[in-house]
Design a binder for this molecule. Structure first.
Ligand SMILES: Nc1ncnc2c1ncn2[C@@H]1O[C@H](COP(=O)(O)OP(=O)(O)O)[C@@H](O)[C@H]1O
Ligand SMILES: [Mg+2]
Length: 261
């Protein structure tokens, strides 16, 4: 057994800067963000549209690279990996849930859940996967294909798939964005439940205060910067905090043109 140490960090970025494009059209999507996601916790990244949430998640997860600064999964600095090792790390240590479900239409539910393991040539842990199927409530749908499922059920498949390989961290980008509020609540409950039951780390991007309230902690982004953190969030507290940002200085999607001083 290992001895007790300070809470581990599952993922983090340090001084993260991400600039899209160049010259006049450059967008500074991340403007010097440092944030750590503690192991075993469910953290929500909250902020208005265009604040850099997806960019932060993609860079933290190794789906995209930073312009400067570093991103780490556990003790591994992602910038130190070549493409092959980065692909392996994503496959073995990271799970993903996307707004658009991203299931393979020709595969059954069971095959979709096993897909990351099958791609890795990994048998996985049959008991773990069996337990996950119950967590997401899909035992009677295992031989269905995605088109035969509701949106909420499809996203539950995606949640099971994300956890199938016992990843260190599961990243979810607006996982309830395509769901009605009831299915959304179900998926959020599962995401939180799966995180707690399996002691995995979940990092979820959302612009919905109700969704963020399912997390253990919320970090707030505005204009590419980390502006606040909140533990024990409620939808009301998150909404109040968001309102405080949405003064005249906030921006919706297209970045403002630089005004000469
Ligand atoms: N591939 C891209 N090319 C150019 N600009 C982008 C790209 N992706 C995102 N952006 C810009 O970066 C900023 C942050 O985007 P994003 O991370 O998607 O925000 P959020 O997820 O919070 O809505 C926005 O201004 C957006 O328009
Ligand atoms: Mg986004």
């Amino acid at each position: 057994m290992t001895t007790t140490t300070a809470p581990r960090t599952a993922a983090r970025v340090v001084d993260a800067v991400k600039v899209y494009g160049s010259g006049d059209t450059a967008v500074r999507a991340l403007d010097g963000v440092s944030v750590a996601f503690p192991a075993g916790r469910f953290t929500a990244i909250m902020g208005p549209s265009g604040s850099g949430k997806s960019t932060l998640m993609h860079c933290a997860a190794g789906l995209d690279t930073l312009t400067s600064g570093t991103a780490h999964i556990g003790d591994t600095e992602l910038g130190s990996l070549d493409d092959r090792r980065l692909t392996l790390l994503r496959r073995e240590r990271v799970g993903f849930v996307f707004q658009a479900f991203n299931l393979v239409p020709t595969l059954t539910v069971a095959e979709n859940i096993r897909l990351p393991l099958d791609l890795a040539g990994d048998r996985g842990d049959p008991e773990w996967i069996d337990a996950l199927i119950d967590v997401v409530g899909l035992r009677d749908r295992l031989h269905h294909r995605p088109a035969q499922l509701s949106g909420g059920q499809q996203q539950r498949v995606a949640v099971a798939r994300a956890f199938a390989g016992r990843p260190d961290v599961v990243f979810a980008d607006e996982p309830t964005g395509n769901l009605d509020s009831r299915s959304g609540e179900e998926v959020l409950g599962l995401l939180g439940g799966a995180a707690r039951e399996t002691r995995r780390t979940v990092v979820m991007v959302t612009h919905d205060p109700g969704a963020a309230a399912h997390a253990d902690e919320v970090v707030f982004l505005a204009d590419g910067r980390l502006v606040d953190r909140m533990t024990a969030p409620t939808a009301e507290k998150v909404l109040d905090r968001m309102k405080a940002f949405e003064g005249p200085s906030s921006r919706e999607a297209p970045a403002p043109v630089e005004v000469p001083s």
